[in-house]
Design a protein around this ligand. Sequence first.
Ligand code: GDP
Ligand code: ADP
Length: 205
Amino acid sequence: MKKERGLLIVLSGPSGVGKGTVRKTIFSQNDTNFEYSISVTTRKPREGEVDGVDYFFKSREEFEEMIKHDKLLEWAEYVGNYYGTPIDYVEKTLSEGKDVFLEIEVQGAIQVRKAFAEGLFIFLMPPSLSELKSRIVTRGTETNELIENRMKVAKEEIELMDAYDYVVENDHVELACERIKAIVQAEHCRRERIAHLYKKMLEVE
Ligand SMILES: Nc1nc2c(ncn2[C@@H]2O[C@H](COP(=O)(O)OP(=O)(O)O)[C@@H](O)[C@H]2O)c(=O)[nH]1
Ligand SMILES: Nc1ncnc2c1ncn2[C@@H]1O[C@H](COP(=O)(O)OP(=O)(O)O)[C@@H](O)[C@H]1O
C-alpha cells in the first residue's frame, strides 16, 4: 500500500523571537516523531556547533552551486550569510511518511509556501515588540545599530503573519512548544478525517 506523505511543518518568525530555542526544546523533549531538516549555511560554525548536526557548513561557492543545481527547496541571504533547505532530504523524508520540521526565517518560509502549499505554517510571535527587543539585546549577538535595523525588519515581518496557518505566542518556551505540538496533532486528525470521509464517499459511489 502507498504510504501517506508526512507533514511539512514550518516554524518561522522574526529574528530573536525564539525560533531556535523553541525548536531545540521540542527536539529535546523526545515526545514527537518530527525529523529536523538540517540547513546548509555559509556562516562560520560557532563554538560547539558540529557540521552535519547543527548545519551543513559550506563555502559561498559550494552554496551557489547548490542553488544553480536546484538542490535547495528555499534559500535566503541573512545578515551576510546564505541559509537554505536541502530539497532531497525533505522530499525523501516526507515520502517515507515522516513529518519534517523546518525552522527558517521569514523570506524562506514565503518561498516554501509557494512550493508546498499543503505544509503547516506556524508563525512564532513575541509577546510585545519591547520584549522582542530585549531578547535580541540579551542574546548579545548584534550591535546597537543592527538591533534597530532588526526591529524595523521585525515589524515588517510581523505584518506578514496573516499568510500563516497559525500564530503562536512565545511567552514561555514550554508553553509555545506545547501549542506547536497540539497544532500538529490537530492537523493530523483533520487530515485523517478528510481522507477517511473521502474514501467513504468513493466506496458509496
Ligand atoms: N531561509 C532559511 N533560514 C534559515 C535556515 N536555517 C536557519 N535559518 C534562519 O537563519 C537565521 C539565523 O540563524 P543562525 O545563524 O543559526 O542564528 P540565530 O539567529 O542564533 O538562530 C534564523 O532566523 C534561522 O531560523 C534555512 O535553511 N533557510
Ligand atoms: N519564551 C522566552 N522567554 C524569554 N526569553 C526567550 C524566550 N524564547 C527565547 N528566548 C531568548 O531570546 C533570545 C533569542 O532566541 P533565539 O532562539 O536565538 O531566537 P531566533 O532563533 O528566533 O532568532 C535568546 O537569548 C533566548 O534565550
